[in-house]
Design a protein around this ligand. Structure first.
Ligand code: DSN
Length: 423
C-alpha cells in the first residue's frame, strides 16, 4: 500500500487482534474470503434500486450478486420466498431498524401533526439490555417517534412478560420490539407474538446479537412468530458489517392495515433512507451466508453457547455475580461493582493485560453509563479462534487474577493467543 500511515495502522490493528483476547459479544473474526469480497471491485459500483430496477447502467454482476445474497439469506434461515422477503442493502443495524419504523410506523406529515396520533414504538430499555434503536430517547427512534420502554424483573434479571403485556395494553404501540444487546437469556417469541396480537401491533425481532445462533440451531428461531426480523451480519453470524431485514409476506396485521410489508420496507431502505447500496458489503455478506450454510457452522454456533455457559459457571464459582445466574446465549453480564470495582476500572485493567471486554450497565444500575456496575463478556470471537470450555475456565481464572489479585497475566494471555490464532 502506498499510504504507509494507514498500512501501519492496519498492521498494528492486526497485531492487536492477534495478541489480545476479544470478549466483546458483538465482535467476531471474519474469514479471508469475507475480507476478499469486502475489498473487491464491487466497491466501485453504484446500484441504487433493486435487481432488475436500478437507476444506473452496468448492473449485470450486481443484480446477480444481490439475488444470490437474498437467496442464501432465506435458505440459511429455512424461509420460503413465498412467505418471506429479505432486503440485504441496509448499511448496518441502526438504519435497518430505522427503516422498519419508517415502513410500519411512518410519522405523520407536518400538516397532519397533532391531528393524528404519533405511532408508538415499544422496546427494551437500553440500560436493561435493549438497543438504542428500540426507541431510546437519545435515538432517532425515540426522538421522531413516541416510545415506551420495558424493563426486566429486578430480582431475576429476566423479562417479565406480564408486565410487558400490561404496558402494551396501556400504551397501544404500533411496533413491539423484541431483541437485545445485553440480555443473556432466551426470549419467548411466542409470548411476544401474543402480546403484539392482543394490541394489534407488528412484532419486530432484532436478532442482531443471536442471528448466528439461530442459523446454527443454538437459539430459538423468531421466524415462526415475527412480522419483521432485522439482523446485523457481523456479530455471531461472522460476516462483514452490514444488516438484513426479513419481512413476512403473509403478516395478518399487515393485511389488516392493508400494507405490503416487503414493499414498504424496500421503499423505506431505498429511497427512504439510503442511496446506493454498498455492493462490496453485499458480496461479503453473500460469502458469509455461504459459510454459515456449511454444516460445520452448527457446531460453531453450539460451541459459542457452550463456551459462554462455561465462562459464566467458572466466574460464578470464583464468587462473581452473573446477572440472571448464567446465560443461554453467547454473552453474559458480570456485576463487578458487587465486589467494589467499577465497570470502567474493570474494563481498563483487563485491557492492560490483553483481555478486551466492555463496560456495561446491569439492570437497575445505580452507576452512570460511562462507569457502570458491570462488564459484558461474549464468546463468538474466541470460539472462531477454536477455543473451547477448557480455555473459558482459564480465561475466567485470568479475569479473577487481574481483578481480585491484581496479577500480571500477560504471559498466559500470550500463550493462549499463540495457541489459538486469529487465522
Ligand atoms: N454496539 C452493538 C453492541 O455492542 O451490542 C449493538 O449495536
Amino acid at each position: 500500500m502506498k499510504d504507509i500511515i494507514v498500512e501501519k495502522l492496519i498492521r498494528d490493528e492486526t497485531k492487536r487482534q492477534e495478541t489480545t483476547l476479544d470478549l466483546i459479544p458483538s465482535e467476531n473474526i471474519v474469514s479471508r474470503d469475507v475480507l476478499r469480497a469486502l475489498g473487491s471491485v464491487f466497491t466501485n459500483k453504484y446500484a441504487e434500486g433493486y435487481p432488475g430496477a436500478r437507476y444506473y447502467g452496468g448492473n449485470k454482476c450486481v443484480d446477480e450478486l444481490e439475488n444470490l445474497c437474498r437467496a442464501r439469506a432465506l435458505e440459511l434461515f429455512r424461509l420460503s420466498p413465498a412467505h418471506w422477503s429479505v432486503n440485504v442493502q441496509p448499511y448496518s443495524g441502526s438504519p435497518a431498524n430505522l427503516a422498519v419504523c419508517l415502513a410500519l410506523a411512518c410519522p405523520p406529515k407536518p400538516a397532519e401533526c397533532g391531528k393524528i396520533p404519533m405511532p408508538k414504538i415499544m422496546g427494551m430499555r437500553l440500560d436493561m439490555g435493549g438497543h438504542l434503536t428500540h426507541g431510546q430517547p437519545v435515538s432517532a427512534t425515540g426522538k421522531f417517534w413516541s416510545s415506551v420502554l420495558y424493563s426486566v424483573d429486578e430480582k431475576t434479571g429476566l423479562l417479565d412478560y406480564e408486565a410487558i403485556r400490561r404496558m402494551a395494553k396501556k400504551e397501544k404501540p404500533r411496533i413491539v420490539v423484541a431483541g437485545f444487546t445485553a440480555y443473556p437469556r432466551i426470549i419467548d417469541f411466542k409470548k411476544f407474538r401474543a402480546i403484539a396480537d392482543e394490541v394489534g401491533a407488528y412484532l419486530l425481532v432484532d436478532m442482531s446479537h443471536f442471528a448466528g445462533l439461530v442459523a446454527g440451531g443454538a437459539y430459538p428461531s423468531p421466524f415462526p412468530y415475527a412480522d419483521v426480523v432485522t439482523t446485523t451480519t457481523h456479530k455471531s453470524l461472522r460476516g462483514p458489517r452490514g444488516a438484513m431485514i426479513f419481512a413476512r409476506r403473509d403478516s395478518k396485521i399487515a393485511a389488516r392495515n392493508a400494507i405490503d410489508i416487503a414493499r414498504s420496507i424496500d421503499r423505506a431502505v431505498f429511497p427512504g433512507l439510503q442511496g446506493g447500496p454498498h455492493m462490496n458489503q453485499v458480496a461479503a455478506t453473500a460469502v458469509a451466508l455461504k459459510e454459515a450454510l456449511n454444516p460445520s457452522f452448527k457446531k460453531y454456533a453450539r460451541q459459542i453457547v457452550r463456551n459462554a455457559r462455561a465462562l459464566a459457571a467458572a466466574l460464578k464459582k470464583s464468587g462473581w455475580r452473573v446477572i440472571s445466574g448464567g446465560t443461554d446465549t453467547h454473552l453474559l453480564l458480570v456485576d463487578v461493582a458487587a465486589r467494589g470495582i467499577g465497570g470502567k476500572e474493570a474494563s481498563d485493567r483487563l485491557e492492560a493485560q490483553g483481555i478486551i471486554v466492555n463496560k456495561n450497565t446491569i439492570p437497575y444500575d445505580r452507576r452512570p453509563p460511562m462507569d457502570p456496575s458491570g462488564i459484558r463478556l461474549g464468546t463468538p470471537a474466541l470460539t472462531s479462534r477454536g477455543m473451547k470450555e477448557k480455555e473459558m475456565a482459564i480465561i475466567a481464572r485470568l479475569i479473577d487474577d487481574v481483578l481480585v489479585r491484581n496479577k500480571n497475566v500477560k504471559g498466559e494471555v500470550t500463550t493462549l493467543c499463540k495457541k489459538y490464532k486469529v487465522r
